[in-house]
Ligand binder design. Structure first.
Ligand SMILES: Nc1ncnc2c1ncn2[C@@H]1O[C@H](COP(=O)(O)OP(=O)(O)OP(=O)(O)O)[C@@H](O)[C@H]1O
Ligand SMILES: [Mg+2]
Length: 656
């Protein structure tokens, strides 16, 4: 026999890790006959661990003919079926069968019978060689009844080979995808954790240096959907940080610009805080742009120009005034409850009615802009306030100007003040509906008089909030963010401060902007930029009750076309829209606390194998991972996000 390096198939088998024999095998399941001694020698057989059963003899002295190796996952204990006579005979024979190597032979003696037991396993597939390459079929092609197969628990390099296995087809597809995506060099993959089967990990993982490292393939995440599930404080955000880092290193290493935007609800990605070891912003300072709703050093303002983004500005003011516990006059109350949405043609019974409502709407906006100007909000340069007023009204208020041609903010303030002063006269001449009640309220605020003519603070109440208005913002904040993403930067929207309603609106508007622009690029036949969007508390955005036409479900469903990837995190699997979950390519899940959630997840891939372990093991960062490249679910202890290591990696230095 030639003494050459073992084939990749033979290398999977570690003689010292022998744990027993198969005593029953079919297409789906296997029962493994094992003994206490064999288990102890192999440092235990944890629930859910991988086992290998070579269908050739793996003893060094035996034939090196690589047949195939069956991959099993332990799913529980299996009572040895002693009622079955054939099996009884088999078991009798196995008890006396010499183990593959002398030192793993079980001790004989009177207690012998007590140390044997059965392990129930599910067949995950079959490893074999083709053209010298390791391949894994996802089933078993054929099996023999008679021969028992020796069974081993793989560790170290053999285990790494199993959990990082990618089929040649998938690797070829990923390379093709990488080429299409514009990635240079080999397929980027990054270590993110080590294999872990159970919460108690005193034995099976060995010493830190011996643990089997699990790698993520970056290509799996681009233009794909990824779910991160788990109860609170079990490491979802930590996993998201790892993903952001993987994508950033991929982008830098391959010369492909990949923009990333994080909807950071708790401010944990933007800031280092006491609970967490580090923030993304610290690790990639040059490539990270942070946005906030409050002026803060180191942050850009996610603020809008109140003169041009009417509804956003009004919502901000409303939130601030309501939080300010100011005494509310009837006019102030009416101002807070105003709705600045444009009337829809469909909601009006006739064209005439629509024109009337639209004219009122334009005047209301104009009066609001005049109130802002009067309160000292700086208008954009050259800003004109434009609205229609009938000839009768115009002649009475000020015959020298035509509001339809645009008034300067100062002229508009004067116009509305005058109109308010001669309101009675205007009503007598043109009827009460020359102006709608909201515009009337806005004119009251402008003149600081209520309908009875008594003093009210009016526009002065808006003066303290001028900081929330961004007069110099000539571009829409959404467009600015999009340009950062196109340039391959990380944008963190720190949404931990500011009004919740406002945050939601703004978040949606940014998402809409990204989708619209990327789709437009795609539809025009050009390549859309790569963007990964990270959202937390995803049940609020892509919940099962959301219409699939809403912005977030649309991004999740159709974004991939326009190279938009979404990574969504939530505690609740069952609340995610089933249609979106079914189309999610990567799933990482840590502890779940009830069967309802686990059952929902068990519908996908082989997560059912982990049903009990997901509920029982509450360890932080202990995840079960199914990515596009992995043929089955792999239990992994995710590494803690370590800013120092990430910085070293970013600088091209060794990381361990
Ligand atoms: N893999 C890990 N190894 C070690 N510590 C971790 C790991 N993952 C997270 N942690 C730590 O556990 C704590 C909670 O993690 P994290 O914030 O990621 O949880 P979460 O699931 O996002 O929680 P929440 O539901 O509150 O957002 C943090 O202090 C974090 O540093
Ligand atoms: Mg979190």
């Amino acid at each position: 026999m030639q003494n050459s390096a073992p084939s990749p198939l033979a290398a999977l088998i570690q003689p010292g890790q022998f744990i027993g024999w198969t005593c029953r095998l079919d297409y789906e399941q296997a029962v493994v006959f094992t003994s206490d001694l064999w288990k102890a020698r192999a440092r235990g057989v944890p629930h859910n661990c991988f086992l290998l059963a070579p269908a050739f003899d793996a003893r060094p002295a035996a034939s090196a003919d690589p047949g195939e190796v069956i991959l099993l996952r332990v799913t529980g204990a299996a009572p040895l079926p002693l009622e079955d006579e054939v099996l009884q005979a088999r078991i009798r024979q196995l008890k006396t069968q010499p183990a593959p190597s002398a030192e793993t032979a079980p001790a004989g003696g009177p207690d012998n019978d007590f140390q044997f037991g059965g392990l129930g396993c599910r067949i995950l597939g079959t490893f074999y060689l083709q053209d010298g390459q390791l391949r894994l079929g996802s089933d078993i092609e054929s099996y023999f009844q008679a021969p028992q197969l020796a069974v081993y628990r793989p560790t170290g390099p053999a285990l790494e080979a199993i959990v990082n296995y990618i089929s040649p087809e998938r690797a070829a597809a990923a390379r093709e995808e990488a080429r299409r995506l514009g990635l240079r060099g080999g397929l980027p993959r990054f270590p993110i954790g080590t294999v872990r089967y159970t919460s108690t990990d005193r034995l099976h993982r060995g010493e830190p240096g011996q643990q089997a490292v699990f790698h993520l393939n970056a290509v799996d995440f681009l233009a794909r959907r990824t779910a991160v599930f788990g109860m609170t404080r079990t490491g979802k955000s930590n996993t998201v940080k790892q993903l952001v880092s993987v994508v950033m290193h991929t982008s830098r290493g391959s010369g492909l610009k990949i923009g990333q935007i994080i909807y950071d609800l708790n401010g944990e990605y933007a800031n280092a805080n006491q609970q967490d070891q580090g923030s993304i912003a610290e690790v990639f300072p040059r490539d990270t742009i942070r946005y906030r709703m409050l002026p803060t050093p180191g942050f850009e303002l996610i603020l809008n120009n109140f003169f041009t983004q009417i509804a956003e500005g009004h919502t901000t003011l409303k939130g601030l005034i309501e939080a300010g516990k100011i005494h509310r006059t009837a006019d102030l109350e009416a101002f807070l409850n105003m709705d600045f949405s444009e009337p829809g043609r469909d909601e009006c019974s006739s064209d005439a009615e629509y024109n009337r409502q639209f004219g009122n709407f334009r005047r209301k906006i104009a009066a609001y802009q005049a109130v802002l100007a009067r309160a000292g909000y700086e208008p954009p340069p050259g800003f004109k306030i434009t609205f229609e007023a009938g000839a009768g009204i115009r002649n009475k208020v000020n015959p020298n100007v035509d509001p339809a041609a645009g008034l300067t903010p100062v002229q508009a303030v004067e116009w509305f003040q005058l109109a308010r002063q001669i309101q009675e006269e205007l009503i007598t001449a043109s009827g009460a509906d020359w102006i709608d009640p909201d515009t009337n309220v806005l004119m009251n605020l402008l003149l600081q008089r209520n309908d009875q003519g008594a003093y009210i603070p009016g526009f002065r109440l808006l003066q303290p909030y001028k900081d929330y208005h961004a007069p110099n913002r000539t571009t829409d904040v959404c467009d600015e963010i999009y340009q950062h993403l196109v340039a391959g930067r990380i944008v963190i929207l720190d949404l931990s401060v500011g009004d919740p309603v406002q945050r939601e609106r703004l978040g949606k508007r940014i998402a809409q902007h990204i989708l619209r622009h990327s789709m437009a690029t795609f539809n025009s036949g050009r390549l859309a930029p790569h963007i990964v969007i990270y959202v937390e508390e995803a049940h609020n955005l892509i919940g099962r009750n959301e219409a699939l036409t809403d912005i977030w479900p649309t991004i999740a469903k159709e974004g991939a076309k326009a190279r938009l990837a979404i990574v969504y995190a939530t505690q609740e699997v069952s609340t995610i829209h089933p249609n979106i979950l079914a189309n999610t390519e990567n799933i990482l899940v840590s502890h779940l606390n009830n069967e309802n959630e686990v059952n929902e997840l068990a519908k996908y891939y082989d997560f059912r194998d982990f049903a009990t372990s997901l509920i029982r093991a509450q360890n932080v960062g202990f995840a079960r991972v199914k990515t596009l490249s992995n043929p089955f679910v792999i239990p992994v202890q995710i590494d803690r996000f370590d800013p120092d290591r990430e910085r070293r990696r970013a600088a091209g230095q060794p990381t361990s």
